[in-house]
Design a protein around this ligand. Structure first.
Ligand SMILES: [Zn+2]
Length: 166
């Protein structure tokens, strides 16, 4: 082992507060090397002094509400990152319900167009009635299209909200 490798190993031991010559094979070898190498012995002495000084500093206990808040935030952030599972199934269910409702929606539009044509038949010229029907159907199609197109967004939004606030 080179001195660099030994000192890196000793640093790793210091981070785990394990500055005694035991542990795994690499650690044991590093401590053995430090016993016979001036530079690494000095590094080890420095690490031990640092460890002792840090141990002497009293740490203020973190208040419980701060810990709880941090845990909640971390949990929320982790959940928000998880891959959405079951999104396809949920979307399919929502679309199935929407498609089942489609005949009713179309029937309602048909009734509006037919009854409008019947009501206006006596006193509005046919060309205008056709344009009124066309305009109504176009706006109706736009509205239904926007509604159905928003279903995936609503499902995704709902899933995200449930995950973040569960
Ligand atoms: Zn050395």
């Amino acid at each position: 082992m080179s001195c660099d490798a030994v000192q890196q190993q000793l640093d790793a031991c210091a981070l785990e507060h394990a500055l005694a010559p035991d542990g795994d094979a690499a650690a044991v070898e590093s401590f053995a090397h430090a016993a016979s190498c001036e530079a690494c012995a000095a590094h080890l002495a420095f690490l031990r002094a640092l460890d002792a000084e840090l141990a002497a500093i009293p740490l203020a206990a973190v208040r419980a509400p701060v810990v709880a808040t941090a845990q909640q935030r971390a949990t929320r952030a982790l959940r928000a990152r998880e891959r959405p599972r079951g999104f396809g199934r949920e979307l399919a269910a929502a679309l199935a319900v929407a498609v089942l409702a489609l005949p009713l929606v179309v029937a309602q539009a048909f009734v509006v167009v037919e009854s409008g044509a019947w009501l206006l038949a006596g006193w509005v010229p046919e060309a205008i009635r056709v344009w009124l029907g066309f305009g109504y159907l176009a706006s109706f199609a736009l509205g239904v299209g926007a509604l159905y197109g928003s279903i995936p967004l609503v499902v995704a939004w709902r899933r995200r909200a449930l995950r973040e606030w569960a």
